[in-house]
Ligand binder design. Structure first.
Ligand SMILES: Nc1ncnc2c1ncn2[C@@H]1O[C@H](COP(=O)(O)OP(=O)(O)O)[C@@H](O)[C@H]1O
Ligand SMILES: [Mg+2]
Length: 363
């Protein structure tokens, strides 16, 4: 068992800087996710932990050991890729036992371990089949079984669920999270799917263009995104980002959005660094806005555009003078396209970003 530490790690391929000065400390037993859009450097970072890619600069530690120059086989990590790459000509049992066979373990010991691990993953009854004769979910479990059989110090996952259909993916997510928690093996997980990252991780690192832009527990990153980029990347639908100007409204700092002023009832610390009149972006999650049907003065005037019932809640898209806004409301709220309403922000949840897109009020 061991944590993972990346120290100022960079990687260039010819002209492409894939990873730039990444420093991350992952605790022993932690489920840590690298999250970001395609091409942001997640896979390259993971491959440097595995030893499949060597950093241009910086160092990689597993536990206390500097493994920067160590080949993959000396790192005791197990990697599961998007396409699980089971060997098609081997049975499930042979696939699972493969890491032990290449380590020349005794046959009887291998057979015992294969059955143990397979039963733990509920695939004990398909051991004699070939990969083509089992379902996608079973293939994924077989690949997992193969990864865990030699009890690695660290699990490395690169989008392991993205080839599964939606229902299987949701089940596999729960299963994998539980398995990791039970085994307590340090895990570095790569995904571009923010909901997967939110659901599974102890902490996430959000990456953009080779750099880590924010690290934290999922809900903290969700509630307090460090930048407009993170705010936009997390959440479905993502945070409403409304461009306005800082102003004073009845003596309180506020954001002027067209004709409406949204008071900052709890002005964030650091607001002094923005001058009155400066451009700012107001960030509001769809669940942090309420829709007022009755007339009144409060809030941003808007008109209901599209109503999408999702089951437990309803997603409402509205037109306002400062752009379109999405709001989640409880499913029993009666709204129809064309309704004229007012949008009122939950003052405790208002986020503010400066002209450069950096959050104001993050410690
Ligand atoms: N072997 C390689 N040779 C050249 N460029 C690469 C190589 N691997 C990755 N890249 C580039 O590095 C960047 C990051 O890639 P990658 O780590 O695969 O991102 P992600 O996994 O987040 O989609 C991309 O611009 C990609 O094209
Ligand atoms: Mg990738």
């Amino acid at each position: 068992m061991a944590g993972v530490h990346l120290e100022d790690v960079s990687k260039s391929f010819d002209k492409v800087q894939a990873v730039c000065d990444v420093t991350i400390t992952i605790a022993d037993g932690e489920f840590f996710t690298l999250l970001g859009p395609s091409g942001c450097g997640k896979t390259t970072t993971l491959r440097m932990v595995a030893g499949l890619e060597s950093p241009t600069s910086g160092r990689v530690f597993i536990g206390d050991r500097d493994v920067t120059k160590e080949p993959p086989k000396n790192r005791n990590v197990a990697m599961v890729f998007q396409n699980y790459a089971l060997y098609p000509h081997m049975t499930v049992a042979e696939n699972i036992g493969y890491p032990l066979r290449i380590r020349n373990k005794p046959r009887a010991q291998i057979d015992r371990r294969v059955v143990d691990v397979a039963e733990g993953l509920a695939i004990g009854d398909i051991l004699s089949r070939r990969p083509s004769e089992i379902s996608g979910g079973q293939q994924q479990r077989a690949a997992l079984a193969r990864a865990i059989i030699h009890e690695p110090d660290v699990f490395l996952f690169d989008e392991p669920l993205s080839n599964l259909d939606a229902k299987l993916r949701a089940d596999a997510r729960t299963f994998l999270k539980d398995l990791q928690a039970r085994m307590g093996i340090t895990t570095v997980y790569v995904t571009h799917d923010q909901s997967e990252a939110m659901a599974m991780s102890d902490r996430v690192a959000v990456m953009d263009q080779g750099t880590v832009v924010q690290i934290g527990p999922p809900l903290e990153v969700y509630r307090r995104p460090a930048s407009v980029f993170v705010a936009d990347f997390l959440g479905n639908p993502s945070m409403n980002l409304l461009k306005g100007n800082l102003t004073l409204h009845e003596g309180t700092p506020a954001v002027q959005l067209g004709a409406a002023a949204v008071p900052l009832v709890q002005p964030p610390p650091g607001i002094e660094r923005v001058a009155m009149g400066d451009a700012v972006t107001l960030g509001l999650r769809p669940e942090d806005i309420s829709i007022h049907i009755q007339g009144g003065e409060d809030g941003i005037p808007g008109e209901v555009h599209v109503v999408e019932p999702l089951g437990s809640e309803t997603l409402v898209s509205l037109k306002t003078s400062v752009g379109s806004v999405k709001v989640k409301v409880f499913h029993d709220m009666d709204l129809a396209p064309g309704d004229v309403v007012r949008l009122v922000a939950n003052p405790a949840r208002v986020r503010l970003f400066d002209r450069a897109g950096t959050a104001i009020g993050l410690a």
